[in-house]
Ligand binder design. Structure first.
Ligand code: HEC
Ligand code: CU
Length: 350
């Protein structure tokens, strides 16, 4: 009885863990509530496989139960040997054919979907973005437009957006579970995929390939806005004046400190292709700082004074003169007033 109780306890504990952990996900960071083309395809195939597997289970269990009851040894028949069916051709053909059929039912939609998702014939007439994974942040270059951004990828709703994905260092993997499947960002070659979102909103993206100590912090967002808002955003971003001097005196001082402290060796504001660090254009509208912190001035000061404690192993630590709290605060003031567009994550239907 104690062994049985032990098993029951483990079962109850696991069920409880499953129940509790299933609530851990973030909204718009789940493959189970698809809101995009690739994610919907994956979901359909998952549902199909579950239907097939559950049906097989139920049918096998049914036959098993019937056989158990109908063919059990009856009193007075201890010596009775039932009809033997080994080598029965019909049976053997049936139990070979059924699994082949099931594999086909799963394989055909899967293969169709794989080819469909790899189809890039419409790429030339769509928005194309060059995506570069870096330890531990993402760079986005809108091809043919003078637009460079990082961390927040703006795309128009209900449009295929083609991504040319690569890495500047180690292998990463680009994944926005609610919208699409994932694809590797390799240092040697460019991988192409498209994403299409069916609903406006802000969707979470993750690096899905272990790439170093801050791999799990390599988050980004896809900001899906209406076509009009996207067009407006493109215009705004193309016309950014990187030299613009802020009105506010503290922000002005921040700009000077930004220029004096080597920041520009790695960070660009505007369309400059410098991408050793994230492009900081339009920073006031970012959904996060360094991909993971709430966008507040306190968090920014914390990041500037000690990025290592926030993202271990990041490539900014130690590569600029250390800043006093006042200096960090002025720089934060400067960056967080870089507001180049009316299109913000809040316009994304939220
Ligand atoms: C050696 C290159 C380098 C220098 C110099 C540098 N940074 Fe960075 N910075 C980076 C990298 C790389 C990241 C991305 C870190 C990560 O997320 O892993 C980063 C991230 C940031 C971020 C967060 C960006 C985002 O997308 O939210 C800010 C803000 C920032 N740096 C400001 C500064 C300022 C201000 C200075 C100068 C005082 C500076 N950086 C100097 C490389 C650099
Ligand atoms: Cu990564």
């Amino acid at each position: 009885m104690s062994r049985w109780m032990g098993k029951l306890k483990v079962f109850v504990l696991l069920s409880f863990a499953a129940l509790v952990l299933s609530a851990c996900g973030k909204e718009n960071l789940t493959a189970l509530d698809p809101k995009g083309y690739g994610a919907q395809d994956a979901m359909n195939i998952m549902v199909l496989s579950i239907i097939v597997m559950v049906s097989v289970f139920i049918i096998v269990m049914l036959i098993y139960t019937i056989v158990l009851i109908r063919f059990r040894q009856k009193k007075g028949q201890e010596d009775y040997i039932p009809k033997q069916v080994e080598g029965n051709h019909t049976l053997e053909i049936v139990w070979t054919a059924i699994p082949i059929l099931l594999v086909l039912v799963l394989a055909v939609p899967t293969v169709i979907s794989v080819f469909d998702l790899a189809d890039t014939t419409e790429a030339s007439s769509s928005v194309n973005v060059e995506v570069t994974g870096n330890q531990y942040w993402w760079h986005f270059n809108y091809e043919g437009e003078e637009i460079q951004t990082s961390q927040d990828l703006y795309i128009p709703v209900n449009q295929k957006v083609y991504l040319d994905i690569q890495s500047s260092d180690v292998i990463h993997s680009f994944w926005v579970p609610t919208i699409s499947g994932k694809i590797d960002a390799n240092p040697e070659n460019v991988n192409t995929m498209f994403i299409e979102a069916y609903e406006e909103g802000v969707y979470w993206g993750k690096c899905a390939e272990l790439c170093g100590p801050s791999h799990s912090l390599m988050d980004f967002k896809v900001v899906v806005v209406s076509q009009e808002e996207f067009d407006a955003w493109v215009e705004d971003m193309k016309n950014v004046d990187a030299e613009e001097v802020p009105q506010d005196a503290v922000a002005q001082e921040g700009k000077e400190l930004f220029e004096a402290n080597n920041c520009m060796a790695c960070h660009a504001i505007g369309s400059s292709p410098v991408a050793t660090g994230p492009n900081l254009t339009n920073y006031a509208n970012r959904t996060s700082i360094a991909g993971i912190l709430e966008p507040s001035k306190e968090n920014m000061v914390e990041w500037l004074m000690d990025p290592e404690s926030i993202k271990p192993g990041n490539k900014m630590t130690g590569n600029y003169p250390s800043l006093s709290e006042d200096e960090a605060s002025s720089i934060a003031e400067y960056l967080m007033q870089l507001d180049h567009s009316e299109t913000t994550p809040d316009s994304a239907g939220n």
